[in-house]
Write a protein that binds this ligand. Sequence first.
Ligand code: IPM
Ligand code: MG
Length: 359
Amino acid sequence: MTAKILILPGDGIGPEIVAEAVKVLECLRQEYGLDVVLEQGLLGGCAVDALGAPYPEQTQRQARAADAILLGAVGGPKWEQIERPLRPERGLLAIRADLELFANLRPALLYPQLASASALKPEIVAGLDILIVRELNGDIYFGQPRGIRKLDNGEREGFNTMRYSSSEIERIARVAFEAARKRHRKLCSVDKANVLESSELWREVVERVGADYPDVTLSHMYVDNAAMQLVRAPKQFDVIVTGNLFGDILSDCAAMLTGSIGMLPSASLDRNGKGLYEPIHGSAPDIAGKGMANPLATILSVAMLLRYSLNRLDLAERVEAAVGQVLDQGLRTLDISAPGMTAVGTQAMGDAVVAALAG
Ligand code: IPM
Ligand code: MG
């Protein structure tokens, strides 16, 4: 059956990097018979400009009908001053909530060719391969009540609610245990159970679910320690499972271990494997339109899409191998540039991946 893929280029560098990822999909269609149709849509600031909302109804209809979604990035200075409900980031949070994309997989994989691009010593990061499983529909991101209120003394107070129900914890824990089973069978659950009740329940439920996975070694770590361990000795981790807020922070930290945030893809999945795929970097307005952005994280997001939503492991591996090949050829965008390597722009990098795939 033909799979429907919704393409949401978004804002900033989004359109440039997504264009390269679309070339890769087109190549897979022509050369490998991948059975997909692509449709374009609007999310984020571009949607606010064109249709007055960051996740307009039209996009919602397209997203619900799609089998998988490929997103560039949303946001930029142009929309920073507008009222909160219209901000581009709200569009991203809305599509995650609307499609119940609760399982966010963020692999932090160091390509051996890029070991020297990491801010950490090569021996600390060489061979790094971590998967962060971040819960994406709950926690302080969506908890009610929230707001800014006036106190009796006239002062204003901002407040948010950190919360997790046991079923929300259980479903993300299962995704993480299943993922660990396919890897090195080590799962570290990150929380703040020494202070927060929400984390106390998190730990209890993860522990209970763990009884169903005796083949996976489960450990627990407080989030402050986890942040430290990620930069001290990151190779101790295989799979990390954590809540929405801690996962947001730790995944940026883990990304930097690999040298460039421009290399890392992500998948946000619902219970049926339908997913939204996006690079974990943002819209980088400072370099937008200059043809300098690294399209590899978006191209690697296509690989995740093939793996998780279309069940085409074979093609996912081909795309990943093609990325490895262009790095072997010495091609580097600015974010991963190194002496002796060949500096290329966004399009040349995309073309090289397509050439490696077709070759
Ligand atoms: C991410 C981003 C988003 C988040 C923002 C843009 C809402 O930082 O995907 O990590 O906080 O989840
Ligand atoms: Mg983030």
